[in-house]
Design a protein around this ligand. Sequence first.
Ligand code: AHG
Ligand code: MN
Ligand code: MN
Length: 331
Amino acid sequence: MGKAENSRIALPVGSNLDRFIMRNQEGFPFASGELSQLIRDLAYAGKVVNREINRAGLADITGAYGAENVQGEAQQNLDVAADIRFTRALKKGGEVAAIISEEVEDVIDLNNPRAKYIVAIDPLDGSSNIDVNVSVGTIFSIYRRVSPMGSPVIKEDVLQPGKEQVAAGYILYGSSTMFVYTTGKGVNGFTYEPSLGEYILSHQDMKIPKSGSIYSVNEGASASFPKEVKDYIASCKERGYSARYIGSLVADFHRNVLKGGIYIYPSTEKAPNGKLRLMYECNALAFIAEEAGGKATDGSKRIMEIQPTSLHQRVPFFVGSKEMVKEASTL
Ligand code: AHG
Ligand code: MN
Ligand code: MN
């Protein structure tokens, strides 16, 4: 079966995620099923987080947690709750040797030395939007460890460039909750049906339009944007494009995948390397963008080629429709 055919597995829209993952695995005769189980674990934890987000207005779980994460950002209660839910699900699942999380300073060794996968996660993206009832998300990347199974996890296991991802995805907790992921054979999106407790295939083989007329950038900081970015934004305005910026990366990205558009978080005076994190945000969305026919750069280099040097490293991020990202960056 060719790549394109295989990504369009013979399942009708409406199939559930578990069945889809199972059928996907049949395409790899020697697959042990561990990656499939790991994706199911993430999807399950997503259901639990979804439930908490939907109760957020009533339960006492909105607001600030009262601490800062390693990056000096105020943690919200739900940041911490989501981090716990995902870590717990992955620990129990047994397929993951270590997790790196935006919310935790160091590598979380799950003491599963026989496990072969590493997960990088932003448990709750856009968390400052929780208190105002706006969409938030979860972003994840999955890597295969490079050190031998059975030995302790090493730095090289967790600091792999994005091109080594074996799978990546996001969960969007929006007007509907969606689970979108890729294992390198196209991108598929599943909408959560709460009455069934199931994710149902709703967006098969997602493709981002080659170009679009939406630009998403926090223009409040534009005085200190690089000149090329200022020029690009000016050209978007001349062409009458729409500005759309939710402030939850997952939601901004998802809209642009469906409609065509570009998301930019450039370097600014306050944030010389931009704000977004290579390991928890950019690599996963870059993989999905490319699998959907789009593009992701840091302004001059392909995101997935960047060799990370530290867990919480930030990079400028240009992602979305291929033609638009080409025009806005020098790659
Ligand atoms: P997080 O909540 O995981 O820290 O991420 C917030 C990110 C991202 O979701 C969003 O696009 C960006 O921060 C918004 O930043 P600005 O408020 O600087 O525009
Ligand atoms: Mn984030
Ligand atoms: Mn976050």
